[in-house]
Design a protein around this ligand. Structure first.
Ligand code: B16
Ligand code: MG
Length: 220
């Protein structure tokens, strides 16, 4: 695969467009404290890109509490987390778009690349509104309609469909290992942002390094 193959970008939200991972972390930590699971950096990291209910299961399991709650109680815990999260993200403004991402989106749009949002977050539209990026994408995968979350390829395959592109012409941008796996299994080019993304086709340390030129240099 080369840079010339790319006709569209499927872009993750949390951790790529804005650093909302810290707010997800803060909100989940309150739940972890409540159920008695020790909060560690590894646990926080493992929740990146993972759906709300799957994240709750991981937190319960990490503390050995996977059989301690009924489905109804779990839904209540997840709802509490989401209320905490929505309170925290109220502070977001366009200044919270991660370094270089606005420029990247503008450049990609100006050069005629297709753009779709491939976020597992049901709060995607709310976050984009706070960041004033609501109109940037030609479409977004609705995570509520997915049968399986990341690392299943479904979300990135649907993003390609939204852009009307064959997956081989799509590059996915991700900050999470589960997301990189999802892109790879969809047969797309994976661009990893940050640490611990060994399976990404192309890696950048942070979003400030991501430009079309830098991508062309790395992919050839
Ligand atoms: P919500 P992404 C993911 O978004 C987050 O990384 C993950 O931490 C979160 O649990 C998931 O969305 C679901 O979010 O509870 O808001 O529906 O990275 O795929 O943009
Ligand atoms: Mg992410």
């Amino acid at each position: 695969m080369t840079f010339a193959d790319i006709q569209g970008f499927a872009i993750d939200l949390d951790g790529v467009i804005a650093d909302t991972a810290k707010f997800h972390g803060q909100a989940w930590r309150q739940v972890a404290d409540k159920v008695g699971t020790e909060w560690t950096e590894e646990l926080a990291d493992s929740l990146r890109g993972v759906s709300r209910m799957d994240s709750l299961e991981l937190i319960l399991k990490a503390g050995g509490h996977e059989n301690d709650y009924t489905q109804e109680e779990k839904e209540k815990l997840a709802e509490e987390k989401n209320d905490n999260y929505l309170e925290l993200v109220k502070t977001l403004t366009p200044n919270d778009i991660l370094p270089g991402m606005k420029k990247f989106l503008d450049e990609a749009k100006a050069k005629g690349y297709h753009l779709a949002l491939a976020s597992a977050s049901k709060n995607g539209p709310t976050i984009l509104k706070y960041l004033q990026l609501g109109d940037y994408f030609e479409g977004r995968v609705d995570p509520a309609k997915l049968k399986k979350g990341k690392p299943d390829p479904e979300i990135y395959l649907q993003a390609a469909e939204i852009m009307n592109l064959d997956p081989v012409h799509v590059a996915g941008i991700e900050d999470a290992q589960s997301g990189v796996e999802s892109i790879n299994r969809a047969g797309e080019i994976s661009i990893g942002i940050g640490k611990n993304l060994k399976d990404a086709d192309v890696k950048f340390n942070d979003t400030s390094e991501l430009t079309l030129d830098a991508l062309a240099k790395k992919l050839g």
